[in-house]
Design a protein around this ligand. Structure first.
Ligand code: 5RP
Length: 219
């Protein structure tokens, strides 16, 4: 199966975590696009979706799915999103699509985070995928120097302005062996809006697309 087919498979499989008539949090990316398409095609009536990006909002609206503002809800039963990497404890690197801040906000509203990913995303240790960090532009150079002192090489993602008007640094060369401590530390650096390590808001379940079918990992 191609990577695209695996994404379709897990996008479809995620429907089982959505209760008819309930709310759903929706992430961002090519795998989530498959979930959005499957949700629309299923004809399931939901109370509405809370979106993590302009991209997902536009796709859902075009398919007739009602989108609510995050401020309108107090809790979501489930949040469905992809990942750039996921480890065996459910911690993830996210932000390849530059939507990490809103993804973390919507994930924080959810009781359950269901990660949908193809098997190439499962790793032993986070860090082979360049770590996205959303930053306030005037702090970018200083934050890059801080990563250098940890052995990372940070580069500004050219031509990208996030939905929040900020910039993305992509940091290569890190091995993140303690994701929770790393996330807590980097989050406190001045000018960091969001670090793309999702450990506090880690996945509860991962639906992993493999050539043998969908594998469910519970954390
Ligand atoms: C966007 C994300 C995505 O979930 C992540 O980049 C995975 O994307 P894809 O499903 O296209 O592989 O974090 O900010």
């Amino acid at each position: 199966m191609t990577q695209d087919e695996l994404k379709t498979l897990v996008g479809q499989a995620a429907l089982q975590y959505v209760e008819p008539g309930s709310l759903v949090g929706v992430g961002t990316g090519s795998t989530v696009d498959k979930f959005i398409d499957a949700l629309a095609a299923s004809g399931m009536q939901i109370a509405g979706a809370v979106s993590s990006s302009v991209r997902s909002t536009e796709r859902m609206k075009a398919l007739g799915i009602q989108v609510l503002d995050a401020g309108e809800v107090t809790s979501l039963p489930v949040y469905i999103d992809g990942a750039d990497e996921i480890d065996h404890g459910g911690c993830m690197i996210k932000g390849g699509g530059a939507a990490l801040t809103r993804e973390k906000i919507v994930a924080d509203l959810a009781q359950r985070f269901v990660c949908i990913a193809d098997e190439s995303k499962l790793v032993e240790v986070l860090g082979s995928f360049p770590l996205p960090v959303e930053v306030i532009p005037m702090a970018a150079a200083q934050i890059a120097r801080r990563f250098e002192s940890l052995g990372g090489q940070a580069t500004l993602r050219a031509g990208v302005v996030t939905d929040n008007g900020c910039q993305i640094l992509d940091v290569r060369g890190l091995k993140i062996s303690d994701p929770k401590a790393f996330e807590a530390d980097v989050n406190q650096w001045p000018g960091v809006v969001t670090v793309g390590v999702f450990a506090r808001n880690r996945a509860s379940v991962c639906l992993l697309g493999t050539s043998q079918g969908v594998k469910t990992l519970s954390f």
